[in-house]
Design a protein around this ligand. Structure first.
Ligand SMILES: *Cc1c(COP(=O)(O)O)cnc(C)c1O
Length: 354
């Protein structure tokens, strides 16, 4: 936080921690004892407060509900083998959050303040960071417009909240995905690079259609020609073709700049695993699938880290990708896991201890 701010802390009188079934944690349904709140009014951020996790009251005209000035981040705290707790590259989330703020005409939460407040909320609910292998504390910072007004304009007031959820392993099974050639997630000049609520609302219908055809997720293609691969569901996507890892480059503003994907690229470079960031056409992937040259495909994102893709559907055909050996992605996944559990040295300086 900056010098002029002070953090108020109002702790729960009775923790709910013993009510949780720690061996069975569905994603995003259990919430830790506290949340952080910081309001924006009169042209500035007000003093933040940590308070008991609780419902919030909203005026029916709250502008975020009507017009969607609402953004979020997703990040994790994990517990190392020695019991210590750490964040993974929180500066990257702070930066992306600031970029989302700008794009949605919302006041920027200064990056250092963002990181500091995330640290504070994790510190206070430290005991909620699971001890079980592969489990973690999911952190959800978000910001939304709170003007009680239904005219369309950037709101003058906002609420920034952070709550946390102890979570288990996100995807347990490899997923089947369909290359989507009609619906789009984002368009050039749109808001695809912002982690803003409306992007997810817009993806639900195409995803539901995909589900009806038996697919867990969609592989999004560009909105103009449906010729280029963009992302997989709410994750970035990586293929292994002819022994090389390939992921779509971020030079279009329709692909969300994932921190997991960025880390995968850096770890691959570190290990000398061939890795390319460039445009990938649907045709290239489908041809390689037909010829059996796709030896791995996975989604990369905070929730699942690396989510293996088992089958890819395209124009009524289903192509299977062998689950083994997937050497490169397993090596990268293993490295990230060992890093967070403290088994391997933090050569990139990615971990921030609480
Ligand atoms: C959050 C998100 C990702 C993954 O980003 P990470 O920083 O790796 O969690 C990818 N695509 C979309 C659309 C997302 O919302």
């Amino acid at each position: 936080m900056n010098d002029t701010m002070s953090l108020k802390i109002n702790k729960v009188s009775q923790s709910r921690i013993n009510d949780i079934d720690w061996d069975n944690l569905p994603f995003g349904r259990e919430f830790s004892d506290h949340m952080l709140e910081m309001n924006y009014a009169d042209g500035q951020w007000q003093d933040p407060e940590i308070k008991p996790f609780a419902s919030i009251q909203m005026h029916p005209a709250t502008s975020a509900i009507h017009y969607g000035q609402s953004i979020f981040e997703g990040m994790k705290a994990s517990r190392a083998d020695d019991g210590s707790v750490q964040l993974f590259r929180p500066d990257m989330n702070a930066k992306r959050f600031a970029e989302s703020c700008e794009r949605m005409c919302m006041p920027v939460v200064p990056e250092d303040v963002f990181v500091d407040l995330v640290k504070k909320i994790v510190e206070i609910d430290n005991e909620w960071v699971p001890r079980k292998e592969g489990y973690s504390l999911y952190i959800r910072p978000f910001l939304f417009a709170t003007d009680e007004f239904i005219g369309i304009k950037p709101s003058d007031t906002y609420k920034f909240l952070i709550f946390t959820c102890p979570v288990g392993v996100y995807y347990t099974n490899p997923v089947n995905v369909k290359i989507e050639e009609f619906y789009t997630r984002a368009s050039a000049g749109g808001v695809g690079q912002a982690k803003t609520a409306g992007n997810y609302a817009a993806s639900l219908y195409p995803a539901k259609k995909g589900k009806e055809e038996g697919f867990d997720q969609l592989i999004w293609t560009d909105g103009i020609e449906h010729k280029y691969i963009e992302e997989s569901g709410t994750m970035n996507v990586v293929f292994e073709i002819d022994g090389k890892l390939i992921t779509p480059s971020e030079d279009s503003d329709t692909i969300l700049k994932g921190i997991t994907k960025r880390s995968v690229v850096q770890v691959a470079n570190h290990f000398g695993i061939p890795m390319e960031e460039r445009k990938i056409t649907v045709e290239e992937v489908v041809t390689a699938l037909k010829e059996g040259r796709v030896t791995d495909a996975f989604g990369a994102g905070t929730a699942a880290t690396i989510a293996p893709i088992a089958k890819i559907g395209f124009r009524g055909e289903l192509y299977e990708i062998p689950m083994k050996p997937r050497t490169a992605s397993n090596k990268i996944k293993g490295f990230l896991h060992d890093l967070k559990s403290g088994k391997t040295e933090d050569v990139f300086n990615w971990l921030v201890k609480i």
